[in-house]
Design a protein around this ligand. Structure first.
Ligand SMILES: [Zn+2]
Length: 474
């Protein structure tokens, strides 16, 4: 791969703030509650080594459309993710992580920029002009070589995700409906890059649509998960609404879920190979690995399939972080994908830009841990916002409409079908006030992303075909 800069000439990583000092942050805010460690976890002081050096290698893995409860460390009944579970056993597992959008483009933009969708305004069919420096660019200036290997489609050059990366690769294969193998070219390209660049600091972003519809897992995963099915459903060309328009019976639904599980198992095997490669290269122990998904997927709950709405299945995502010097544990405090980049910045000792709206998660991993259990979280689409606090989620139509809006209890009603707003007008009002406050705080950032109404992504033929395969264009 052609290099666009000489990493050896870059300024060295700054070490002006120690990791230990951030981990030892005192309780400073009202409402912060000390967090207990999960059973079986042992406390350990941050190592002397990590006090001296910020982290120099970061791998951020986004598995598109992977709902949390299809990963073993989030659900004991899952048996098909041994590699991810092994990684999780060495990581901090955030059990209540929420995406900022139920779709790919805005969610990933929020992950990489740590701003809400109403700020970045980057959606599937709109890509604004940005005056802000890409947070990836700042990592590059910090001395990390920045590289991205992504699935293309809604997450590629056409949607502005090229910015700040020294090396950028996107899947140019349109996809094959007969058997999906997005992992194969990703793995080849990313492994070659790692082999060449592992010796120096880097930020590596990996993304795949392998678990996105249509669910056409390769063998032997398909056979292993679906051999029991005797029905007639052909799912190879299907995405969310295609399933909803058919009259699926219980075995059909279970079949769809099994196909999806097979895709997850196939991805899990790749994670195993990636971890093995990092170990072979001798950098696994010192590498921070963040594993997440941009959103989940409805798989028959409430007769819904796919993603794009605000059910718990679509917004709750896995978030797993293996961080050198940080003891594995489970943290059940509410966090958001907005928090990922501030935490990465903290780990590599980069100064966060004023634009970051997420939280550095190191205090939540510290001793004593500081978390805000009453935290307000927000997910958005163009015309809707979902405001979450505690067990309640308010889905609010920004243009005053009522369709799809309502107040939902996410524990009693994860599908989001039972509107309780008439019973709890006080909660509705409080959550709307919270959202108004979030928008007011965002106001100074609005000028950083300018949408003039005609900022549509240019689609080349490959991207158009990918979007067809992924169900975005019919
Ligand atoms: Zn996605």
């Amino acid at each position: 791969m052609k290099s666009t800069r000489d990493i050896a000439s870059a300024s060295p990583l700054r070490a002006n703030r120690s990791l230990a000092s951030r981990l030892a942050l005192p309780l400073v805010l009202l409402g912060l509650i000390a967090l207990g460690l999960g059973a079986g976890c042992t406390r350990r002081e941050v190592t002397t080594e990590s006090q001296r050096h910020p982290i120099e290698r970061v791998v951020l893995i986004s598995i598109d459309t992977l709902r949390a409860d299809f990963v073993g460390c989030y659900d004991d009944s899952v048996t098909w993710t041994p590699s991810l579970d092994a990684l999780a056993a060495e990581s901090v597992v955030f059990t209540d992580a929420m995406a900022q959008a139920p779709t790919t483009t805005p969610s990933h933009k929020s992950i990489l920029y740590s701003v809400y969708p109403h700020v970045h305004q980057t959606f599937a069919w709109s890509v604004p002009e940005e005056s802000i420096e890409s947070p990836i660019e700042a990592l590059r200036q910090q001395g990390l070589r920045t590289a991205a290997f992504v699935g293309g489609g809604q997450l590629g050059r056409n949607h502005g995700f090229r910015r700040g990366f020294d090396d950028f690769w996107q899947n140019e294969h349109g996809g094959d409906r007969a058997e999906k193998r997005h992992i194969v070219p990703l793995e080849a390209a990313a492994t070659a890059w790692l082999d060449e660049h592992h010796a120096k600091p880097f930020f590596l972003f990996l993304h795949t649509y392998q678990t996105h519809c249509p669910y056409v897992p390769p063998e032997p995963y398909r056979e292993a998960h679906t051999a029991w099915y005797a029905g007639a459903l052909d799912a190879r060309d299907s995405c969310g609404k295609d399933f909803e328009s058919r009259d699926l019976d219980e075995p059909d639904t279970r079949y769809v879920r099994s196909l999806y599980a097979a895709e997850v198992a196939y991805v899990d095997a790749y994670i195993g190979r990636l971890v093995a490669r990092l170990k072979e290269l001798g950098i696994y122990d010192e590498t921070m690995i963040v594993f997440l998904s941009d959103h989940g997927e409805a798989l028959g709950e409430g007769d819904r399939y796919g993603h794009g709405r605000f059910s718990e299945w679509e917004l709750r995502v896995p978030l797993i972080a293996k961080i050198p010097g940080v003891e594995p544990r489970r943290i059940d405090a509410p966090v958001e994908l907005l928090d990922v980049m501030p935490t990465v910045y903290s780990a590599v000792d980069a100064e966060p830009p004023f634009t970051f709206q997420g939280h550095d998660l190191f205090p939540a991993m510290g001793e004593p841990a500081t978390v805000d259990r009453d935290r307000v979280r927000v997910a958005e689409k163009r015309a809707f916002a979902a405001i979450r606090r505690g067990p309640w989620r308010l889905v609010h139509h920004l243009n005053g409409g009522t369709k799809h809006s309502g107040l939902f209890h996410v524990e009693a009603d994860p599908d989001g079908l039972d509107d309780r707003s008439a019973d709890h007008p006080d909660i509705v009002e409080a959550l709307l006030d919270e959202y108004t406050a979030v928008r007011e705080k965002s106001a100074p950032l609005a000028t950083q992303f300018v949408l003039d109404g005609d900022d549509r992504p240019m689609l080349d033929e490959t991207t158009r075909h990918q979007l067809e395969v992924l169900g975005y264009i019919r």
